[in-house]
Design a protein around this ligand. Structure first.
Ligand code: MG
Length: 354
């Protein structure tokens, strides 16, 4: 099965309401879809999302990046997975989003070649997942209301976006916990918004006041590994790294510095499934747990992330709620959502069609 052509197109996916974090506000999701054609007529699909403030990758750089990778892998046989992955990763430095899109589509074809769904190819640990649901950054009252609405729909675990103002963040979490009672699981994501000392004080105060958090994600700036360790060593709950870890090398550095208890792996950061597996291996060997998350991206990208998340036992937490935030689904196939329960497709590859 030889790669003959790689094509890209743009898609827009509507959101039920604007998505807000400490880094940005989105009114809809823009993604790049990729289609890899082969001499057998079988096509592979994947997707990438421009998240300039996180990956640095723009729509234009993703399309250009995919073209550069295409020049390096056209004519190669899908059965030579290791060589293709080496070509993708050595095509250019960084540019994790275009690499991820191509990686997903290659895994899709690899699964189709051997007639097995990608999650089984990678380990096949389970075929369903349960995701948390993200609460956007708003006023304490609005966030408490949004949390009540989510719980009324049967959601049991909420990931709350914080990080623009420490004082308001405390008020937000107190309002949410008070509104929900003790049985709903809460975790917070500061998206790099706090200073290390501020993070320690805030998290400890939240715990003292009964907010009862599962963990805190990326409390301080991505590059501040010392700050991550400072927080980790001074709070009672796990600290997990998101924006700090893109590559397996980042994961290794995080482990060596003992700077976190867990890693949120996203394909748009790792450059796809191939490197995501390596990050999971490093985390597992070091005794860290993993979460799988995503950017605000297409159903194709979410489906690829779900295949990876389902494949391995070290993935303890799942943050793949984007389809629940969307008002439409332009692609066909892929994962099915029943509330927060995600079922993996059993068709070969990723199971996505367009
Ligand atoms: Mg995050």
């Amino acid at each position: 099965m030889l790669i003959t052509e790689i094509k890209t197109s743009k898609i827009t996916t509507g959101l039920k309401r604007p998505f807000k974090t400490a880094l940005r506000t989105l009114d809809y999701i823009e993604s790049i879809l990729i289609e890899i054609n082969t001499d057998s007529g079988i096509k592979g699909y994947g997707g990438a999302a421009p998240t300039e403030v996180i990956t640095g990758d723009t729509e234009a750089s993703i399309i250009k990046g995919i073209q550069i990778i295409a020049d390096n892998i056209t004519g190669f046989d899908i059965s030579n997975m290791e060589i293709i992955m080496e070509k993708i990763n050595n095509s250019m430095i960084r540019n994790s989003s275009p690499k991820a899109a191509v990686d997903m589509a290659v895994y899709d074809l690899y699964g189709k070649l051997y007639k097995v769904p990608v999650y089984k190819l990678l380990g096949g640990f389970r075929n369903t997942l349960v995701t948390d649901l993200t609460i956007s950054l708003n006023s304490p009252g609005q966030m408490a209301k949004d949390s009540i609405d989510a719980v009324a729909q049967g959601i049991k675990t909420l990931k709350v976006k914080l990080g623009d103002n420490a004082e308001t963040d405390l008020a937000r979490m107190k309002a949410i916990r008070e509104a929900l009672g003790p049985d709903i699981r809460l975790r917070v994501d500061a998206n790099q918004g706090w200073q290390p000392k501020e993070a320690v004080e805030l998290v400890n105060q939240m715990q003292r006041e009964g907010v009862d958090l599962d963990f805190v994600e990326q409390p301080v700036a991505a590059e501040n590994f010392e700050g991550m360790r400072f927080v980790k060593d001074r709070v009672s709950i796990p600290v997990i790294a998101d924006e700090s870890v893109f590559s397996p090398a980042d994961a290794l550095r995080l482990v060596n510095m003992k700077a976190a208890d867990g890693i949120n792996i996203k394909l748009m950061k790792s450059g796809g499934i191939y490197n995501a597996v390596k990050i999971a291996d490093i985390a597992e060997a070091a005794g860290l747990f993993c979460m799988v998350g995503s950017m605000m991206e297409s159903h194709a990208g979410l489906t690829a992330a779900a295949h990876f998340a389902a494949s391995r036992s070290i993935i303890k937490e799942v943050d793949l709620d984007v389809p629940l935030l969307c008002s439409e689904k332009p692609e066909r196939g892929g994962t099915e959502y029943n509330g927060t329960t995600i079922t993996l497709p059993e068709s070969p590859g990723l199971g996505i069609s367009v």
